[in-house]
Write a protein that binds this ligand. Structure first.
Ligand SMILES: CC(C)[C@H](C(=O)O)[C@@H](O)C(=O)O
Ligand code: SF4
Length: 413
Protein backbone atom coordinates (compact mmCIF):
# COMPACT_ATOMS: atom_id res chain seq x y z
CA UNK A 1 0.00 0.00 0.00
CA UNK A 2 1.70 3.12 -1.22
CA UNK A 3 1.84 6.90 -0.98
CA UNK A 4 1.83 9.10 -4.09
CA UNK A 5 5.63 9.43 -3.87
CA UNK A 6 6.19 5.68 -3.53
CA UNK A 7 4.07 5.11 -6.64
CA UNK A 8 5.83 7.76 -8.69
CA UNK A 9 9.25 6.41 -7.70
CA UNK A 10 8.16 2.83 -8.37
CA UNK A 11 7.32 3.77 -11.94
CA UNK A 12 10.39 5.99 -12.42
CA UNK A 13 12.76 3.37 -11.00
CA UNK A 14 11.10 0.46 -12.80
CA UNK A 15 10.70 -1.52 -9.56
CA UNK A 16 8.66 -1.42 -6.35
CA UNK A 17 9.93 1.51 -4.25
CA UNK A 18 9.07 2.07 -0.60
CA UNK A 19 9.94 4.96 1.73
CA UNK A 20 13.65 5.02 2.61
CA UNK A 21 14.63 2.80 -0.33
CA UNK A 22 17.48 4.09 -2.46
CA UNK A 23 16.55 4.10 -6.13
CA UNK A 24 17.91 5.29 -9.43
CA UNK A 25 15.04 7.00 -11.18
CA UNK A 26 14.39 8.11 -14.76
CA UNK A 27 13.68 11.83 -14.85
CA UNK A 28 10.69 12.96 -16.92
CA UNK A 29 11.64 16.66 -17.16
CA UNK A 30 14.67 18.58 -15.96
CA UNK A 31 14.89 22.32 -15.42
CA UNK A 32 17.78 24.70 -14.81
CA UNK A 33 17.50 28.50 -14.96
CA UNK A 34 20.03 31.22 -15.69
CA UNK A 35 21.31 31.08 -12.11
CA UNK A 36 21.95 27.37 -11.86
CA UNK A 37 22.45 26.30 -15.49
CA UNK A 38 25.85 28.00 -15.39
CA UNK A 39 27.15 25.62 -12.70
CA UNK A 40 25.28 22.64 -14.13
CA UNK A 41 26.73 23.19 -17.59
CA UNK A 42 30.22 23.67 -16.13
CA UNK A 43 29.94 20.27 -14.38
CA UNK A 44 28.40 18.71 -17.48
CA UNK A 45 31.40 19.86 -19.53
CA UNK A 46 33.76 18.36 -16.97
CA UNK A 47 32.02 15.01 -17.43
CA UNK A 48 33.15 15.06 -21.06
CA UNK A 49 29.80 13.81 -22.31
CA UNK A 50 29.12 15.36 -25.68
CA UNK A 51 25.33 15.43 -25.88
CA UNK A 52 22.60 15.72 -23.27
CA UNK A 53 20.43 12.64 -22.81
CA UNK A 54 17.28 14.12 -24.34
CA UNK A 55 17.09 17.80 -25.32
CA UNK A 56 13.28 17.64 -25.49
CA UNK A 57 13.10 16.88 -21.75
CA UNK A 58 15.32 19.77 -20.66
CA UNK A 59 13.78 23.18 -19.99
CA UNK A 60 15.89 26.30 -19.51
CA UNK A 61 14.13 29.55 -18.50
CA UNK A 62 16.07 32.76 -17.85
CA UNK A 63 14.42 34.45 -14.89
CA UNK A 64 16.69 35.14 -11.92
CA UNK A 65 18.86 37.97 -13.21
CA UNK A 66 16.90 38.66 -16.33
CA UNK A 67 17.54 40.96 -18.13
CA UNK A 68 21.21 40.69 -17.14
CA UNK A 69 22.30 43.11 -14.41
CA UNK A 70 26.06 43.22 -15.04
CA UNK A 71 28.85 42.43 -17.51
CA UNK A 72 29.50 39.16 -15.68
CA UNK A 73 25.88 38.03 -15.80
CA UNK A 74 25.58 39.04 -19.46
CA UNK A 75 28.67 36.97 -20.33
CA UNK A 76 27.45 33.91 -18.44
CA UNK A 77 24.01 34.13 -20.04
CA UNK A 78 25.61 34.43 -23.46
CA UNK A 79 27.54 31.22 -22.79
CA UNK A 80 24.37 29.33 -21.81
CA UNK A 81 22.48 30.56 -24.87
CA UNK A 82 25.28 29.12 -27.01
CA UNK A 83 25.20 25.80 -25.13
CA UNK A 84 21.42 25.57 -25.48
CA UNK A 85 21.74 26.04 -29.27
CA UNK A 86 24.59 23.57 -29.56
CA UNK A 87 22.62 20.94 -27.59
CA UNK A 88 19.44 21.49 -29.59
CA UNK A 89 17.39 22.38 -26.50
CA UNK A 90 14.22 23.90 -27.89
CA UNK A 91 12.53 24.53 -24.55
CA UNK A 92 14.61 27.61 -23.90
CA UNK A 93 12.74 30.62 -22.53
CA UNK A 94 14.79 33.77 -22.65
CA UNK A 95 14.34 36.91 -20.53
CA UNK A 96 10.79 38.13 -20.04
CA UNK A 97 9.07 34.77 -20.51
CA UNK A 98 8.77 34.50 -16.78
CA UNK A 99 9.76 32.56 -13.68
CA UNK A 100 10.72 28.93 -14.18
CA UNK A 101 8.04 27.64 -11.80
CA UNK A 102 5.37 29.49 -13.72
CA UNK A 103 6.77 28.80 -17.18
CA UNK A 104 6.97 25.00 -16.79
CA UNK A 105 3.32 24.60 -15.72
CA UNK A 106 2.14 27.16 -18.28
CA UNK A 107 3.91 25.32 -21.09
CA UNK A 108 2.42 22.00 -19.95
CA UNK A 109 5.46 20.27 -18.43
CA UNK A 110 3.96 19.90 -14.94
CA UNK A 111 1.70 16.84 -15.10
CA UNK A 112 0.31 14.25 -12.67
CA UNK A 113 2.52 11.28 -11.92
CA UNK A 114 5.69 12.76 -13.46
CA UNK A 115 9.09 13.05 -11.81
CA UNK A 116 10.24 16.61 -12.49
CA UNK A 117 13.54 17.81 -11.14
CA UNK A 118 14.77 21.39 -11.19
CA UNK A 119 18.02 23.01 -10.18
CA UNK A 120 16.02 25.29 -7.90
CA UNK A 121 14.60 24.65 -4.46
CA UNK A 122 11.06 25.72 -5.35
CA UNK A 123 10.70 23.00 -7.98
CA UNK A 124 8.28 21.50 -5.45
CA UNK A 125 5.73 23.85 -7.09
CA UNK A 126 4.99 21.12 -9.68
CA UNK A 127 3.47 19.06 -6.87
CA UNK A 128 0.37 21.24 -7.35
CA UNK A 129 -0.30 19.06 -10.42
CA UNK A 130 0.21 15.73 -8.65
CA UNK A 131 3.78 15.45 -9.89
CA UNK A 132 6.79 14.67 -7.73
CA UNK A 133 8.62 17.97 -8.24
CA UNK A 134 11.84 18.55 -6.36
CA UNK A 135 14.97 20.67 -6.36
CA UNK A 136 18.56 19.48 -6.70
CA UNK A 137 21.99 21.07 -6.82
CA UNK A 138 23.75 21.96 -10.04
CA UNK A 139 26.10 18.95 -10.06
CA UNK A 140 23.15 16.56 -9.69
CA UNK A 141 21.57 18.41 -12.60
CA UNK A 142 24.72 17.81 -14.67
CA UNK A 143 24.27 14.07 -14.01
CA UNK A 144 20.68 14.32 -15.21
CA UNK A 145 21.75 16.25 -18.32
CA UNK A 146 24.18 13.42 -19.11
CA UNK A 147 22.14 10.33 -18.22
CA UNK A 148 18.53 11.31 -17.58
CA UNK A 149 18.79 9.54 -14.24
CA UNK A 150 19.42 10.44 -10.61
CA UNK A 151 19.54 8.59 -7.30
CA UNK A 152 17.02 9.32 -4.56
CA UNK A 153 16.09 8.08 -1.16
CA UNK A 154 12.33 7.68 -1.47
CA UNK A 155 10.88 10.08 1.10
CA UNK A 156 8.50 9.18 3.88
CA UNK A 157 5.22 11.08 3.64
CA UNK A 158 3.25 13.47 5.82
CA UNK A 159 -0.47 13.97 5.38
CA UNK A 160 -1.91 17.47 5.85
CA UNK A 161 -5.67 17.96 5.80
CA UNK A 162 -7.11 21.47 5.61
CA UNK A 163 -10.83 21.94 5.97
CA UNK A 164 -13.25 24.84 5.99
CA UNK A 165 -13.94 27.92 3.92
CA UNK A 166 -11.57 30.84 3.48
CA UNK A 167 -13.14 34.25 4.20
CA UNK A 168 -13.16 37.05 1.65
CA UNK A 169 -9.68 38.47 1.06
CA UNK A 170 -8.14 35.50 2.85
CA UNK A 171 -6.02 33.75 0.23
CA UNK A 172 -4.20 30.50 -0.50
CA UNK A 173 -1.07 32.26 0.83
CA UNK A 174 -2.70 32.70 4.23
CA UNK A 175 -3.57 29.02 4.36
CA UNK A 176 -0.01 28.21 3.31
CA UNK A 177 1.59 30.43 5.97
CA UNK A 178 -0.76 28.99 8.58
CA UNK A 179 0.39 25.46 7.66
CA UNK A 180 4.07 26.45 7.78
CA UNK A 181 3.57 28.10 11.17
CA UNK A 182 2.13 24.82 12.49
CA UNK A 183 4.54 22.39 10.85
CA UNK A 184 7.59 24.73 11.34
CA UNK A 185 10.46 25.41 8.96
CA UNK A 186 12.10 22.06 9.65
CA UNK A 187 9.02 20.00 10.49
CA UNK A 188 8.83 18.22 7.15
CA UNK A 189 12.55 17.83 6.41
CA UNK A 190 13.11 15.32 3.58
CA UNK A 191 9.45 14.29 3.72
CA UNK A 192 6.91 14.38 0.92
CA UNK A 193 3.82 16.26 2.03
CA UNK A 194 0.43 15.27 0.60
CA UNK A 195 -2.40 17.80 0.89
CA UNK A 196 -6.04 16.80 1.42
CA UNK A 197 -9.36 18.30 2.52
CA UNK A 198 -12.03 20.56 1.03
CA UNK A 199 -9.98 23.73 1.63
CA UNK A 200 -7.34 22.30 -0.72
CA UNK A 201 -9.82 20.89 -3.25
CA UNK A 202 -11.47 24.31 -3.49
CA UNK A 203 -8.19 26.02 -4.40
CA UNK A 204 -7.62 27.04 -8.02
CA UNK A 205 -4.46 25.83 -9.75
CA UNK A 206 -2.86 29.18 -8.84
CA UNK A 207 -3.69 28.64 -5.17
CA UNK A 208 -2.39 25.09 -5.22
CA UNK A 209 0.85 26.32 -6.77
CA UNK A 210 1.26 28.85 -3.94
CA UNK A 211 0.83 26.01 -1.46
CA UNK A 212 3.12 23.46 -3.13
CA UNK A 213 5.68 26.18 -3.84
CA UNK A 214 6.26 26.71 -0.12
CA UNK A 215 6.58 23.01 0.79
CA UNK A 216 10.36 23.47 0.77
CA UNK A 217 9.93 26.15 3.45
CA UNK A 218 8.90 23.31 5.80
CA UNK A 219 11.94 21.38 4.64
CA UNK A 220 9.85 19.09 2.44
CA UNK A 221 11.24 17.28 -0.57
CA UNK A 222 7.87 17.60 -2.32
CA UNK A 223 4.39 19.02 -1.67
CA UNK A 224 1.75 17.13 -3.61
CA UNK A 225 -1.91 17.90 -4.28
CA UNK A 226 -3.80 14.87 -5.65
CA UNK A 227 -4.92 15.72 -9.18
CA UNK A 228 -8.63 16.29 -9.81
CA UNK A 229 -10.99 18.00 -12.28
CA UNK A 230 -9.33 21.40 -11.63
CA UNK A 231 -5.96 19.91 -12.59
CA UNK A 232 -7.24 18.15 -15.69
CA UNK A 233 -9.03 21.29 -16.86
CA UNK A 234 -5.80 23.32 -16.58
CA UNK A 235 -3.90 20.67 -18.53
CA UNK A 236 -6.37 20.52 -21.43
CA UNK A 237 -4.63 21.58 -24.65
CA UNK A 238 -1.52 22.24 -22.61
CA UNK A 239 0.05 18.98 -21.36
CA UNK A 240 3.10 18.18 -23.51
CA UNK A 241 2.59 14.41 -23.16
CA UNK A 242 0.16 11.80 -21.91
CA UNK A 243 0.06 11.44 -18.18
CA UNK A 244 -1.21 9.00 -15.61
CA UNK A 245 -2.68 10.46 -12.39
CA UNK A 246 -1.39 8.78 -9.24
CA UNK A 247 -3.20 8.57 -5.89
CA UNK A 248 -2.23 7.13 -2.53
CA UNK A 249 -3.83 3.95 -1.23
CA UNK A 250 -6.24 4.23 1.68
CA UNK A 251 -3.88 2.47 4.05
CA UNK A 252 -0.62 4.03 2.88
CA UNK A 253 1.92 4.86 5.61
CA UNK A 254 2.27 8.45 6.84
CA UNK A 255 4.83 9.39 9.48
CA UNK A 256 2.79 12.39 10.66
CA UNK A 257 -0.63 13.92 10.14
CA UNK A 258 -1.82 17.49 10.58
CA UNK A 259 -5.34 18.92 10.57
CA UNK A 260 -5.90 22.60 9.88
CA UNK A 261 -9.23 24.38 10.24
CA UNK A 262 -9.37 27.41 7.94
CA UNK A 263 -12.81 28.65 8.98
CA UNK A 264 -12.41 32.24 10.22
CA UNK A 265 -8.66 32.13 9.53
CA UNK A 266 -7.36 35.71 9.49
CA UNK A 267 -4.76 36.89 6.96
CA UNK A 268 -1.34 35.63 8.03
CA UNK A 269 2.09 37.29 8.07
CA UNK A 270 5.52 35.65 8.39
CA UNK A 271 7.76 38.05 10.30
CA UNK A 272 11.55 38.46 9.98
CA UNK A 273 13.73 36.48 9.73
CA UNK A 274 12.09 33.04 9.68
CA UNK A 275 9.32 31.82 7.45
CA UNK A 276 7.63 29.98 10.33
CA UNK A 277 7.54 33.11 12.49
CA UNK A 278 3.88 33.43 11.54
CA UNK A 279 1.13 35.46 13.20
CA UNK A 280 -2.31 36.76 12.30
CA UNK A 281 -2.21 40.20 10.65
CA UNK A 282 -3.85 41.72 13.74
CA UNK A 283 -0.70 40.82 15.69
CA UNK A 284 1.57 42.98 13.52
CA UNK A 285 -0.78 45.56 11.93
CA UNK A 286 0.64 49.09 12.01
CA UNK A 287 4.26 48.07 11.31
CA UNK A 288 5.73 50.86 9.13
CA UNK A 289 6.97 49.92 5.68
CA UNK A 290 9.45 51.22 3.11
CA UNK A 291 8.57 48.94 0.20
CA UNK A 292 5.89 46.56 -1.00
CA UNK A 293 6.49 43.80 -3.54
CA UNK A 294 3.91 41.68 -5.33
CA UNK A 295 5.17 38.89 -7.55
CA UNK A 296 7.44 35.77 -7.47
CA UNK A 297 6.82 32.08 -8.13
CA UNK A 298 4.68 32.06 -4.98
CA UNK A 299 2.23 34.85 -5.80
CA UNK A 300 2.80 36.41 -9.22
CA UNK A 301 -0.11 34.72 -11.00
CA UNK A 302 -3.19 36.31 -12.53
CA UNK A 303 -5.39 35.44 -9.54
CA UNK A 304 -2.83 37.13 -7.26
CA UNK A 305 -2.72 40.25 -9.41
CA UNK A 306 -6.52 40.32 -9.45
CA UNK A 307 -6.60 40.12 -5.65
CA UNK A 308 -4.12 43.00 -5.46
CA UNK A 309 -5.99 45.06 -8.06
CA UNK A 310 -9.28 44.65 -6.22
CA UNK A 311 -7.67 46.30 -3.19
CA UNK A 312 -5.61 48.90 -5.09
CA UNK A 313 -8.32 50.07 -7.46
CA UNK A 314 -8.97 53.79 -6.99
CA UNK A 315 -6.33 54.06 -4.25
CA UNK A 316 -2.79 55.38 -4.16
CA UNK A 317 0.18 53.61 -2.65
CA UNK A 318 1.95 55.28 0.28
CA UNK A 319 5.26 53.42 -0.14
CA UNK A 320 7.22 52.37 -3.23
CA UNK A 321 5.45 49.38 -4.68
CA UNK A 322 6.85 46.93 -7.22
CA UNK A 323 4.55 44.55 -9.08
CA UNK A 324 6.03 41.83 -11.28
CA UNK A 325 3.83 39.28 -13.07
CA UNK A 326 5.25 35.76 -12.92
CA UNK A 327 5.18 35.37 -16.70
CA UNK A 328 4.69 37.20 -19.97
CA UNK A 329 1.41 35.34 -20.45
CA UNK A 330 0.17 36.61 -17.07
CA UNK A 331 1.32 40.14 -17.87
CA UNK A 332 -0.60 39.99 -21.13
CA UNK A 333 -3.77 38.79 -19.40
CA UNK A 334 -3.33 41.40 -16.67
CA UNK A 335 -3.03 44.08 -19.35
CA UNK A 336 -6.13 42.95 -21.20
CA UNK A 337 -8.12 42.87 -17.94
CA UNK A 338 -7.09 46.42 -17.11
CA UNK A 339 -5.06 45.42 -14.05
CA UNK A 340 -1.85 47.07 -15.19
CA UNK A 341 -3.69 50.36 -15.56
CA UNK A 342 -5.02 50.01 -12.01
CA UNK A 343 -1.49 49.36 -10.73
CA UNK A 344 0.06 52.27 -12.61
CA UNK A 345 -2.76 54.61 -11.60
CA UNK A 346 -2.15 53.59 -7.98
CA UNK A 347 1.50 54.66 -8.36
CA UNK A 348 3.06 51.18 -8.50
CA UNK A 349 6.03 50.21 -10.69
CA UNK A 350 5.92 47.21 -13.03
CA UNK A 351 8.93 45.00 -13.75
CA UNK A 352 9.93 42.45 -16.40
CA UNK A 353 8.33 39.05 -15.69
CA UNK A 354 10.89 37.08 -13.68
CA UNK A 355 12.11 36.77 -10.10
CA UNK A 356 12.66 40.52 -9.70
CA UNK A 357 13.97 41.52 -6.27
CA UNK A 358 12.91 38.23 -4.61
CA UNK A 359 16.47 37.09 -3.98
CA UNK A 360 18.03 40.51 -3.65
CA UNK A 361 19.84 40.58 -6.99
CA UNK A 362 18.30 43.59 -8.70
CA UNK A 363 15.07 45.49 -9.44
CA UNK A 364 14.19 46.43 -5.87
CA UNK A 365 16.90 45.55 -3.37
CA UNK A 366 16.15 47.16 0.02
CA UNK A 367 18.56 49.24 2.09
CA UNK A 368 19.97 48.73 5.58
CA UNK A 369 17.16 48.78 8.14
CA UNK A 370 14.44 49.06 5.50
CA UNK A 371 11.22 47.08 5.80
CA UNK A 372 9.55 45.33 2.87
CA UNK A 373 6.26 43.45 2.77
CA UNK A 374 6.37 40.86 0.04
CA UNK A 375 4.32 38.06 -1.48
CA UNK A 376 7.48 35.92 -1.82
CA UNK A 377 8.33 32.73 0.05
CA UNK A 378 11.48 33.63 1.99
CA UNK A 379 12.23 36.29 4.57
CA UNK A 380 15.73 35.16 5.56
CA UNK A 381 18.10 37.78 6.93
CA UNK A 382 19.66 39.71 4.06
CA UNK A 383 17.60 38.00 1.36
CA UNK A 384 16.45 41.24 -0.30
CA UNK A 385 19.41 43.36 0.82
CA UNK A 386 21.82 43.48 3.74
CA UNK A 387 20.20 44.67 6.95
CA UNK A 388 16.67 44.58 5.53
CA UNK A 389 13.49 43.21 7.12
CA UNK A 390 11.00 41.13 5.12
CA UNK A 391 7.41 40.35 6.05
CA UNK A 392 5.66 37.72 3.92
CA UNK A 393 1.95 37.95 3.20
CA UNK A 394 -0.76 37.46 0.58
CA UNK A 395 -1.22 39.75 -2.44
CA UNK A 396 -4.33 41.26 -0.82
CA UNK A 397 -2.46 42.01 2.42
CA UNK A 398 0.55 43.45 0.57
CA UNK A 399 -1.73 45.66 -1.55
CA UNK A 400 -3.63 46.94 1.50
CA UNK A 401 -0.36 47.55 3.33
CA UNK A 402 1.04 49.45 0.34
CA UNK A 403 -1.91 51.84 0.43
CA UNK A 404 -1.54 52.53 4.14
CA UNK A 405 2.27 52.45 4.30
CA UNK A 406 2.03 50.01 7.19
CA UNK A 407 0.99 46.39 7.61
CA UNK A 408 -2.77 46.34 7.17
CA UNK A 409 -5.58 43.79 7.20
CA UNK A 410 -6.95 43.76 3.62
CA UNK A 411 -10.47 43.46 5.02
CA UNK A 412 -10.08 46.94 6.50
CA UNK A 413 -9.49 48.92 3.29
C1 LIG B 1 19.06 30.78 -7.21
C2 LIG B 1 18.40 29.52 -6.77
C3 LIG B 1 19.43 28.46 -6.57
C4 LIG B 1 17.51 29.73 -5.54
C5 LIG B 1 16.80 28.45 -5.12
O1 LIG B 1 17.19 27.32 -5.40
O2 LIG B 1 15.80 28.53 -4.46
C6 LIG B 1 16.49 30.83 -5.72
O3 LIG B 1 15.53 30.56 -6.68
C7 LIG B 1 15.86 31.15 -4.41
O4 LIG B 1 14.64 31.27 -4.34
O5 LIG B 1 16.58 31.33 -3.43
S1 SF4 C 1 10.80 34.00 -7.65
FE1 SF4 C 1 12.16 33.93 -5.86
S2 SF4 C 1 11.77 31.99 -4.88
FE2 SF4 C 1 10.94 31.87 -6.96
S3 SF4 C 1 12.56 30.95 -8.17
FE3 SF4 C 1 12.76 33.18 -8.32
S4 SF4 C 1 14.24 33.73 -6.69
FE4 SF4 C 1 13.52 31.64 -6.25
Amino acid sequence: MSTISEKIFSRAAGKEAKANDFVIADIDYAMAHDGTSILAVRSFRQMEVEKVWDPSRIVIPFDHLAPANSDTTAGLQKDIRGWVRQQGIRNFYDIGNGICHQVLPEKGFAMPGKLIVGADSHSCTYGAFGAFGTGVGATDMAEIFASGKLWFRVPESIRITAEGKLDDRVCAKDLTLKIIGEVTASGATYKAVEFYGDAIENLSMAGRMTLSNMAIEMGAKAGIVPPDATTFEYLKNRAVSDYEPVYSDGDADYVAEYHIDVNSLEPQVACPHEVDNVCGVSGIAGKKLDQAFIGTCTNGRLEDLEAAAEVLKGNEVAVRTIIIPASRQIMKEAASKGLIEIFLDAGATMGTPGCGPCLGGHMGVIGEGEVCISTANRNFRGRMGTGGYIYLASPATVAASAIKGEITDPRNV
